[in-house]
Write a protein that binds this ligand. Sequence first.
Ligand code: SF4
Ligand code: SF4
Length: 226
Amino acid sequence: MIITRPRDWARIEVRLDALGARRVFVMGCGQCATVAGTGGEAEVLEAKAVLERSGREVTGWSVGEVACHAGGQRLETREHASELAAADAVLVLACGAGVQTMADAVEDTPVLPGLESVFLGNVVRHGVFEERCQMCGDCVLDRTAGICPVTTCPKGLLNGPCGGMWNGMCEVLEDRECTHVRIRRRLAQQGRTGESVPLPPKDYSKKLKPGKVDLRAASHGKGGTS
Ligand code: SF4
Ligand code: SF4
């Protein structure tokens, strides 16, 4: 899921003032931002209260099922058409993908991000998220015993450990075991010590930017990507 954190509220106020936006519609997200506790109903109502305390009118609010789903967002905007039409701006408590989906749905109205999108995260347990993948498009997990070196090593080292590793611990995150020590230990656990060899440089050209996958495209063998 996409992990978000609240955006500095002062920045939101500055942008609303710059736009002369006195009337605001607030949109949340029923998926990632709800799980992350940043853009669910409670946070949308909190944002509404803060906006009203600062003298703005909230013309309406909504928490759609998935903010980054274009079809769902279009339905949501249809349901709230009059409230959106009355707004000078829309504040979206969702990741950047959700903000852009909303911006596409209401092209005539300025849309502002209410959150910062920080990483693609694993849910370790309730309220605890960890970044495990940067979606590089050239996965090496088959070589690294299922531990991503480029994401979980703070230096992003494909091969390691670096010279700062001490007693198996990471020199940057001192309370964590070095990623490369973990990889070697797990490879040994699996009887794969012979695979502890340097990996060739990653092919970052495989990272799709901007990413697009069309499952309806004929070339499914290539992932229908472009
Ligand atoms: S190697 Fe790339 S695709 Fe695989 S987990 Fe790491 S960042 Fe993600
Ligand atoms: S100690 Fe290990 S995990 Fe930490 S920065 Fe160095 S190589 Fe990366």
